[in-house]
Design a protein around this ligand. Structure first.
Ligand code: SAM
Ligand code: SF4
Length: 333
């Protein structure tokens, strides 16, 4: 569906849980009071499927499953299989921290997962523990290797933090080169615990990259659904991407809406405005057939509304205008 600013919105980021097995400092730091929501607050898989069917009717064809950590929710692969079976769904991908990926891969492949983005901020086990508060770097690396071996399309996501892992960008690029997979550097966004954190600018990173790889060129081929800009380095079978929310606005090409695990449609990451779908998917006040039909119509209506209310652009560059107060773990990135 085309929004008010002539953007084609065909992609939904669907969070299925606000829980996580890691504690990344910029997202859900160790020691943060985690308020475990009752399961009743979280949409069931059946409810998410109802929302997805309505979203498809509004022109959404691609879904990204996120969290929290999506693999922390029981039977995530079973849910992905249900999504893939909806007529009109062209692509289902997932973003994961990779810690539980290896054991889930056979089920994910069986479900028909189209691609996976894996977060990898460091190649060092001790730095990994410092960033994530957990000691499972080896599991993440095994998850990445298992995903590559399985043949599913893999991309890495890296968030650089000044004084923590900002010296590792070239090692991570060489790791990606070794496995022929794309890596994207994501600038820390001022959402949740990212607010106030120093951003390692992708402009700076590009300049540093040019010093080592003076022949690198912009890569304009399509790499996925996201806002990353890519470069290609001669001799590499992979591309390097930059997701520059702070130092490069990509809102003119925004193609997405978000759904939180508690059933809130979010037109833009930057603003707190949401539209509730939970009360709609839980409205059973009719015979079953009538109720399903009525809910579907209402869901289509609110998804339209969410798409039409997408703002022109985010305001991450002006922190005082950001109205989103939720943590990234509650939104899904
Ligand atoms: N748990 C999964 C993971 O880590 O990939 C999925 C959810 S996580 C919120 C999605 C992505 O958001 C991760 O790549 C993570 O590094 C990134 N992220 C979290 N907080 C961020 C922030 N404040 N700024 C930029 N990226 C952030
Ligand atoms: Fe968990 Fe992902 Fe947030 Fe890290 S970034 S705490 S892995 S949800």
């Amino acid at each position: 569906m085309i929004d008010k600013y002539n953007r084609n919105i065909d992609y939904m980021r669907m969070s299925i849980t606000d829980l996580c097995n890691l504690r990344c400092r910029y997202c859900m730091p160790d020691g943060m009071r985690v308020q475990k929501l009752p399961m009743a607050e979280i949409l069931t898989y059946e409810e998410l499927i109802e929302v997805a069917k309505a979203a498809v009717e509004c022109g959404i064809t691609k879904f990204k499953i996120t969290g929290g950590e999506p693999l922390a929710r029981k039977n995530c692969p079973g849910f992905i299989k249900m999504l893939k079976e909806i007529s009109g769904v062209q692509q289902v991908t997932m973003t994961t921290n990779g810690a539980a990926l290896e054991e889930n891969l056979p089920m994910l492949m069986d479900a028909g997962l189209d691609a996976v983005n894996i977060s990898l901020d460091t190649l060092k086990a001790d730095v990994f523990s410092e960033i994530t508060g957990r000691n499972c770097h080896a599991e993440v690396i095994r998850g990445i290797e298992a995903a590559i071996d399985s043949g599913v399309k893999v991309k890495l996501n890296t968030v650089l933090q000044r004084g923590v892992n900002d010296g590792e960008w070239n090692d991570i690029i060489l790791f990606a080169k070794k496995y022929n997979i794309d890596v994207r550097f994501i600038e820390i966004m001022p959402i949740g615990y990212g607010r106030g954190m120093e951003v390692v600018s992708n402009d700076f990173l590009r300049k540093e990259l040019l010093k080592i790889y003076p022949d690198m060129k912009d890569d304009t081929s399509i790499h996925g659904n996201g806002p990353a800009r890519y470069v290609k380095i001669p001799g590499f079978n992979c591309s390097i991407g930059f997701i520059s929310a702070i130092h490069g606005k990509f809102c003119g090409e925004c193609n997405r809406i978000r759904l939180t695990a508690t059933g809130k449609l979010k037109p833009c990451l930057c603003y707190g405005e949401t539209i509730d779908v939970k009360k709609i998917v839980r409205d059973n006040d009719r015979t079953e057939k009538q109720a399903i039909y009525k809910r579907h119509q209402r869901l289509v209506g609110v998804i339209h509304e969410a798409i039409l209310s997408k703002p022109k652009e985010h305001c991450f560059e002006n922190i005082t205008k950001i109205t989103e107060m939720k943590k990234m773990v509650e939104i899904g990135g």
